[in-house]
Write a protein that binds this ligand. Structure first.
Ligand SMILES: *Cc1c(COP(=O)(O)O)cnc(C)c1O
Length: 349
């Protein structure tokens, strides 16, 4: 089976080997207040700083999902006013989660084919952005978060990077919170997310009652422990992955080059086209391809028989698009096979 689903996505091929190692050495069953665990947590932080270039002063927490990050942020900053800028389903869900918590939320939605505009956002205590909108295959332009920062020096900036962290370089200092779950670009199993916070965000977080408040995550982080028994399996996998990592700079260049090849590759097919034409906003890690709606089922059936899983279109794009992940765990030969099979499907039409 080959999967191009943009999450849960193809798992890193080294997982079976890591799993065996983690079980045999007792790492995965280590208690989360043990010396081993604290040392492992510390090394993961050091590696994220070294390999991903996370700034030294940022704190790194292990939580359970990106959805949980929406709640953590809403609860930890409920004294602040929020501006949510989004163009798709995940950004919208974040805003509605935050509204459901009865926070002061202003929404700025825009069309996914447009370039986002930072100008209307003024005087928000916190600005919420989605770095890569997985639902429609768009990203924020490269300098956008920094421009938002420069235009709003008093505001905190929070970024959902669920389908880009681990695949492309991120402008860490331009934002105060970054988070991502691991079942997308990291190629790890579902059920864990990283939440990465600047000292400013930690200073301005309140001291509310929830176990997963940022204040509480930070108190545990200082001991390199967690608030509860965490996903020790995924923490171990993350540690192993980072130990053998080639460096995000290099991976990022490979992902961007491969995105270019994939986008170009789709030009050869008559019945489909790249949904997002503008290079400034088309995603490097999740490609949306539009197809004649009457051909969609036929394509999926054909691929199903070949044991190839494509990503379904999401939400309002369900009927005329499909999605292809461009995540580091997916191999070039798998894309070759995808294109080969689309050609075969097209020839049979
Ligand atoms: C998948 C996704 C989420 C939700 O992730 P969970 O781990 O299921 O909570 C949130 N935001 C974006 C951009 C996503 O792609």
């Amino acid at each position: 089976m080959i999967t191009f689903y943009p999450g849960p996505s193809k798992l890193d091929e080294r997982l079976p080997q890591w799993f065996q190692e983690g079980v045999e050495n007792g790492y995965i069953s280590a208690n989360h207040r043990s010396d081993f665990f604290m040392q492992q947590y510390g090394e993961i932080c050091d590696l994220l700083k070294e390999v991903f270039h996370v700034p030294d002063e940022y704190s790194i927490y292990f939580v359970s999902s990106a959805t949980e990050c929406w709640e953590i942020i809403g609860q930890s900053f409920n004294q602040l006013s929020f501006a949510h800028l989004y163009n798709g389903a995940f950004g919208r869900k974040w805003a509605s989660t935050n509204s459901a918590l009865k926070n002061h939320v202003k929404e700025y939605s825009y069309d996914f084919k447009d370039i986002p505009n930072a100008a209307p956002i003024k005087d928000a205590d916190a600005i919420c952005l989605t770095h890569n909108e997985t639902s429609n295959g768009t990203k924020l332009p490269d300098n956008f978060i920094q421009e938002m920062r420069d235009g709003n020096p008093q505001s905190l900036i929070f970024v959902d990077a669920t389908s880009s962290m681990g695949g492309v370089m991120l402008p860490w200092l331009a934002a105060d919170i970054w988070y991502a779950s691991l079942q997308k670009c990291f190629g790890l199993p579902a059920g864990m997310a990283l939440l990465i916070c600047s000292p400013e965000a930690i200073d301005r977080a309140n001291n509310g009652p929830h176990y997963n408040q940022i204040a509480n995550l930070q108190r545990n982080y200082e001991l390199r422990q967690t608030t509860h028994t965490p996903n020790t399996l995924n923490i171990f996998f993350l540690w192993r992955m980072l130990q053998d990592h080639q460096g995000l700079q290099l991976i990022s260049e490979k992902i961007r080059t491969r995105a270019w090849h994939l986008y170009n590759g789709f030009k050869e097919f008559q019945n489909m086209e790249v949904l997002i034409k503008d290079k400034e906003i088309r995603s490097d890690t999740v490609l949306s391809i539009s197809i004649l709606p009457e051909l969609l089922d036929s394509l999926f059936e054909f691929m199903d028989a070949k044991e190839i899983v494509l990503g379904k279109g999401y939400s309002e794009l369900k009927s005329g698009t499909f999605r292809i992940a461009n995540f580091p765990a997916i191999k070039r030969r798998e894309y070759d096979s995808l294109f080969h099979n689309i050609r075969e499907w097209q020839d049979k039409l």
